[in-house]
Design a binder for this molecule. Structure first.
Ligand SMILES: Cc1cc2nc3c(=O)[nH]c(=O)nc-3n(C[C@H](O)[C@H](O)[C@H](O)COP(=O)(O)O)c2cc1C
Length: 380
């Protein structure tokens, strides 16, 4: 039996919990069962010098206020039976400790485990990565203790982020808009014909211009009462904030030298954002490798980045989920327009945000890549 800690009741007394109640009722705490620290538990400093502990499996927040409480939680790095930990203590301490462990259990930090040390809910949770479950639980209503949704007006705690990113250089390439060919498919026909295609034929600048004009230009700008600009594009955006930026990395596009270009959605033009180099080569190679089948670099790699603060001022903890949903809306738009133009579109599942930030000399936390997409030209 594990030795019982000698603990002053006032050091153990119930940790503060958030006043917001979780919509996810806790299961009953059974101190006669073995418990471990959940693999989903996180500990971080709170605003008042406490350590905030929580788990996305449950949603309550627990404030650990002193080293005794932290040490008690850490004992469960090894499975422990709470009843055994408190055996031999006087009634007041026993009650205080079991109450504390009960709070830890209700916050999802302590979870019952079987004799092999496996969490009782192992089968239900096995497919969840820690970061995925935390993201899922915190960006949707239900068990999260935080408000999820828009705040109005946006928080002053964050500096406003302008609707349009300042150009890195003078306008360099103005783009054609393209014309609608008489044999272009209808929307329904484009939807039915849409496929991920793996072609490395060169992309004409006319086609690239038509693609960017139809998918990504800003079609309207509206100024709000507080002076911010809300945008309209052909794909939707939460709160009309449109925080995505689009970069073009051509390898075989007649009329464009290699490098990285930023798409200016109001001017329908490309601005040189970075020259070629090892980081750009790495991005192209990762995209090629991500297809599992291209032998050459993609003719054009498109990278979507997000200027997060523009979304976070209004949507706080919901922001990242909104950004990724917007990437999905942009991807389908890219697919359909590329299909209509006879180009070869394919989404790529992930990319290297550090390489991208380094290639462009941008701050990872201010603007980071969130989506990659490749384009091949028309059939030869
Ligand atoms: C979000 C997303 C990520 C994708 N990632 C990749 C990828 O990394 N590599 C790839 O070759 N295809 C990728 N694809 C394309 C899928 O493999 C493709 O959509 C799927 O095989 C169905 O084929 P279809 O698009 O022709 O209908 C991705 C598609 C989506 C929507």
């Amino acid at each position: 039996m594990a030795s019982a800690p000698s603990l002053a009741v006032d050091r153990v007394a119930a940790p503060a919990q958030t006043t917001r109640s979780s919509e996810h009722p806790a299961s009953r705490f059974d101190p006669s069962r073995r418990h471990s620290l959940s693999r989903f538990a996180t500990l971080r400093p709170g605003p008042d010098g406490e350590l905030v502990a929580d788990s996305p499996t449950d949603g309550r927040l627990l404030s650990l206020r002193n080293a005794t409480q932290v040490a008690l939680v850490l004992r469960f790095l090894e499975p422990q039976v709470p009843d055994e930990l408190v055996a031999g203590l006087d009634a007041a301490r026993r009650e205080a400790l079991l109450d504390f462990f009960g709070h830890c259990h209700d916050a999802g930090l302590l979870v019952p485990v079987d004799d092999a040390g496996r969490e009782a809910r192992h089968d239900a949770l096995a497919h969840w990565e820690v970061h995925d479950l935390a993201f899922h639980a915190r960006s949707r209503r239900g068990r999260t203790p935080f408000a999820v949704g828009a705040i109005s007006p946006p928080t002053d705690a964050l500096e406003p982020e302008p609707a349009f990113k300042a150009p890195a250089a003078a306008l360099s390439v103005s783009l054609p808009k393209g014309r609608t060919a008489s044999d272009e498919p209808t929307l329904t026909a484009a939807l039915e014909a849409r496929r991920s295609l793996y072609r490395t034929t060169p992309v004409d600048l006319d086609d690239l211009g038509a693609f960017l004009y139809r998918t990504s230009r800003v079609t309207a700008v509206r100024t709000t009462a507080d002076g911010d600009s809300l945008l309209q594009r052909v794909y939707p955006s939460g709160g009309a904030l449109h925080a995505l930026e689009l970069y073009v990395i051509p390898t075989r596009c007649r009329g464009l030298d290699p490098g990285v270009y930023h798409y200016r959605p109001r001017e329908h033009a490309l601005v040189a954002a970075a020259g070629p180099g090892p980081d750009v080569d790495h991005l192209l190679e990762e995209a090629r490798h991500g297809t599992g089948r291209l032998e050459d670099a993609p003719s054009v790699l498109l990278v979507l980045s997000a200027r997060f603060r523009r979304v976070a001022r209004k949507y706080q903890g919901l922001s990242y989920a909104l950004v990724l949903k917007e990437v999905g809306a942009a991807f389908q738009t890219f697919y359909l327009v590329a299909t209509a133009l006879g180009l070869a579109p394919c989404a790529i599942g992930t990319g290297n945000s550090d390489r991208f930030a380094r290639a462009l000399g941008i701050d990872y936390y201010t603007e980071s890549s969130v989506g990659e997409f490749i384009l091949g030209g028309r059939e030869a």
